[in-house]
Design a protein around this ligand. Sequence first.
Ligand code: HEM
Length: 276
Amino acid sequence: MTAEPRLDATPNLDFDGTTPYEEYVRAWELSHLQEPLSDDPGEMAFLVTTQVMELWFTVIVHEWETAARALRGDDLPGAMAALKRSTYELQALNASWEPLAHLTPAQFNAFRSALGDASGFQSATYRRLEFLLGEKSASMLVPYEGAPHIHAELEKALHTPSLYDEVLRFLFRRGHGIPASVREREAAERHAADPAVEDVWQRIYAGDQHSDECRLGEALTEVAELVWRWRNDHLVATRRAMGAKVGTGGSPGVAWLEKRAAKSVFPELWTARSRV
Ligand code: HEM
């Protein structure tokens, strides 16, 4: 039973050792993880925004793994709840571009050289996120050959069926014509758009708009759109901050990011729409 509140009470002040808040949130550790490499006052926002995005990547990976597991167990409400949470988190992730979205080239240059060869391209958690979408690639593991703990985690993620794989297998168990070549494909391969999968989504979308399958399709469409927005906001922030210069990670920069942003997430969910 919850105790009745005493209106004259104040928050607890006495604790043995550290506070329960510290033990749970580890706020002191979090707020001492920032080690800017330049004297430029603008670098702190760049570093913290990057760390904040890493935390959101972590939560989103957790949600999509939860959704994939739920679908594997035919628990659609569990999967839908995790997907829904992930769309709120993706919106918060995307909103966190704001502190970096307006950098001029001179402002970015003021700390850019301090970054050395460091690039978001080397984000292992972002890679797991892409793998869950079906964007698998063994070559993306190469940067971690010198970091066995990260390599092992990514290798496991590479060989685990993606969220989209689990969606398509779920649809098959619900009686939809997902071909064996798609259901039993090698998990480490990138998902390639398949005409039979497009047919399935076309029939779902032409049918009852309140069906479980249509609601699942819409939840995934929401995810796909928000991921596309993240990629696009990243591209525009990069274009503003450094024009067409080479990236710190060694890529051609904006030209490379344009190709990445053009990749379709859950492709058949988009192409099927032309036929409904
Ligand atoms: C103004 C700020 C930023 C600029 C100018 C920028 C620039 C770039 C460039 C040029 C690349 C291509 C690889 C390379 O050559 O480095 C890249 C990749 C990437 N960046 Fe950023 N970036 C910025 C902020 C961020 C932030 C805050 C994050 C959050 C973690 C991030 C995450 C990534 C990721 C995940 C990739 C790889 C994308 C993929 O594999 O498709 N970037 N960035």
